[in-house]
Design a protein around this ligand. Structure first.
Ligand SMILES: NC(=O)c1ccc[n+]([C@@H]2O[C@H](COP(=O)([O-])OP(=O)(O)OC[C@H]3O[C@@H](n4cnc5c(N)ncnc54)[C@H](OP(=O)(O)O)[C@@H]3O)[C@@H](O)[C@H]2O)c1
Length: 334
């Protein structure tokens, strides 16, 4: 039985990675923090390893203890990361510096796995060209438009410059599914009868359902591919209205359409950032978020996924939203 370490196991995607690993018969090690919730990590087969990624010497200590107890990780899925942050520097610290600390500690302790999967994001490359509407390609120059994407890109650049390190970089687009909290805000808004839009331009969105994503990630482990990066979507493209239409259908709701013009959103973002910034914080709607919201082309190249892993999503948006909403209802989130 192979050992897999999944960092960020307490989070949305992490919990599904743990579930998939168990389903496939791996010894699953959930990499968490001392403070992490174990609410969705109840399976008795899960073994826990507590990491403090901010401190390289503590990671070294943890890895040495793993070695002493004969735990070596055949595979590592480094999924821990922040997509939102209270302080701007958290993006760099968690997504980039901590990743570097972790890899340096693996090298120092001679604990380099067969494969190290880094969960990056499409945000590391940024949106596609809004004029040509071409999908972002692996050969393009990355152009992240917010701190989150920049921090993921910096981590990618560090990883891909390592010689002989068996990395694979996975860049998912928006991931949705049960337990997810950001798209959930949209589902909740539709459920309350409001259909919000930002700006009047049509957007092309891409998605990946969490179960398809984790299936793909585990499929990559069994292949010889290393030192390559991939964008991940379900292979389809959706207009923002389509996302709302599907959600309305699944929820059986009629809605009132509300479009907030971009200059108003920008004003709110700048003002909020100024006021919250006085206390060193970052508001949920900030100028970074504004840049993301106003981008119209989130298409990206997925042919390499199909070529290397024969990947075909089992969930399109309709099937995924249906399953996610069923879960939110069952758990009384909706
Ligand atoms: N969701 C998406 O749409 C999406 C899209 C593309 C890429 N991604 C990437 O996928 C990964 C997982 O995202 P998610 O959506 O599952 O986010 P999430 O639910 O917020 O989970 C984040 C995980 O990272 C851990 N983490 C955060 N800060 C940490 C730190 N300083 N030290 C150690 N662990 C830390 C969290 O641990 P605690 O529980 O202790 O906080 C949690 O387990 C991230 O790397 C994200 O960038 C997500």
């Amino acid at each position: 039985m192979k050992n897999v370490l999944i960092t960020g196991a307490s989070g949305f995607i992490g919990g599904f990675l743990v579930e998939e690993g168990l389903k496939r018969g791996f010894n699953v090690f959930a990499g968490i923090r001392r403070t992490s919730s174990r609410e969705y990590l109840k399976d008795p087969r899960i073994r826990f390893v507590e990491f403090d990624f901010a401190d390289r010497s503590k990671i070294v200590q943890t890895l040495e203890e793993c070695k002493k107890t004969n735990f070596r990780f055949d595979f590592i899925i480094h999924n821990a990361g922040v997509t939102k942050a209270k302080k701007k520097e958290d993006f760099y610290n968690v997504n980039c510096r901590n990743t570097r600390n972790f890899i340096e500690a693996l090298l120092q302790t001679n604990m380099v796995p067969e494969k190290f999967i880094f969960i990056s994001s499409l945000a590391a490359y940024g949106p596609g060209n809004p004029v040509t509407d071409e999908p972002v390609k692996l050969s393009d120059q990355p152009k992240p438009i917010e701190l989150y994407g920049k921090s993921k890109l910096e981590a990618e650049q560090y990883i891909s410059n390592l010689t002989g390190f068996p990395w694979l970089i996975i860049r998912p687009t928006g991931v949705y599914g049960p337990k997810e909290k950001d798209y959930f805000v949209f589902f909740k808004t539709i459920n309350r009868g409001l259909e919000p839009y930002i700006g009047f331009k049509k957007q092309t969105l891409t998605f990946i359902y969490v179960r398809d994503l984790v299936r793909l990630i585990f499929d990559t482990l069994a292949t010889p591919y290393v030192r390559k990066a991939y964008f991940v979507t379900d292979g389809r493209e959706y207009g923002s209205e389509e996302f709302a239409t599907i959600t309305k259908q699944v929820l059986g709701k009629k809605t009132l359409r509300l479009t907030v013009p971009l200059p108003i959103v920008k004003c709110i973002a700048i003002t909020g950032e100024f006021i919250t910034g006085l206390w060193g914080g970052v508001p949920t709607l900030n100028t970074d978020k504004y840049n993301v919201l106003r981008s119209t082309n989130w298409r990206c190249e997925v042919v390499p996924l199909q070529q290397d892993f024969g990947f075909k999503a089992e969930y399109d948006l309709e099937k995924g939203v249906q399953e996610a909403i069923e879960w939110y209802k069952k758990e009384h989130w909706l």
